[in-house]
Design a protein around this ligand. Structure first.
Ligand code: AMP
Length: 189
């Protein structure tokens, strides 16, 4: 399998670039944010728990999130050539669990694609997206919390994956196609 992590702050373009990577490499998309939004829309118990965190811009606790991801991997593995993990991992504990889960299945992460975008641009993009996305967490107050959580809890993963030689830094400003070309030349497949 060919497994990628697409990494970056909220609004850095992970979802958009994932779609292009799926088209080019035939990969299976696992967006943990989307899995949670589907649970909320279905009105499930898990959705109610998830909503209480997402609406505040907080992270879902690691143990719950890891279990949700393991279920998705098991559900999708039989039909997959490889995964794009979008929005996971967001903590070092999640990264360690991801490595463990993949190793158990004889798999590994090929590359971590890090989309790097300055904060003022992220804020601008997310506020604009909020006007059309209908996402409850795309409002200025929650966006501020999400960016804060990103900087304090998630961005240390950049160094974590750099140390493993897996992190590919991608300049995240420019057109969608320009950014995709940078990604494709970094992963070189
Ligand atoms: P996203 O669509 O990736 O921006 O995720 C939306 C929200 O879902 C986040 O702000 C978190 O509240 C929650 N979420 C998604 N993925 C994770 C994760 N890996 N760990 C914890 N919370 C997550």
């Amino acid at each position: 399998m060919f497994n990628l992590v697409i990494f970056g702050a909220p609004g850095s373009g992970k979802g958009t670039q994932s779609e292009k990577l799926i088209d080019r490499y035939g990969l299976t998309h696992i967006s943990t944010g989307q899995v949670l939004r589907d649970e909320i829309a279905s009105g499930s118990e898990l959705g109610k728990v998830a909503d209480s965190y997402i609406s505040k811009g907080h992270l879902i606790p690691d143990d719950l999130m890891v279990k949700i991801l393991a279920d998705e991997i098991d559900r999708l593995t039989p039909s997959s050539k490889g995964f794009i993990f979008d929005g996971f991992p967001r903590t070092v504990a999640q990264a360690e669990e991801l490595a463990r889960m993949l190793a158990e299945r004889g798999e590994d992460i090929h590359s971590v694609i890090g989309l790097e975008v300055p904060d003022d641009e992220l804020m601008d993009r997310l506020v604009k997206r909020g006007a059309v996305s209908g996402r409850a967490d795309d409002n200025p107050e929650t966006i501020k919390n999400r960016l804060n959580v990103y900087h304090t809890t998630t961005s240390p993963l950049r160094d974590y994956y750099l140390a493993k030689g897996k992190y590919k830094s991608i300049h995240g400003l420019g057109s969608v196609d320009e950014i995709f070309d940078r990604i494709a030349s970094e992963i070189g497949e």
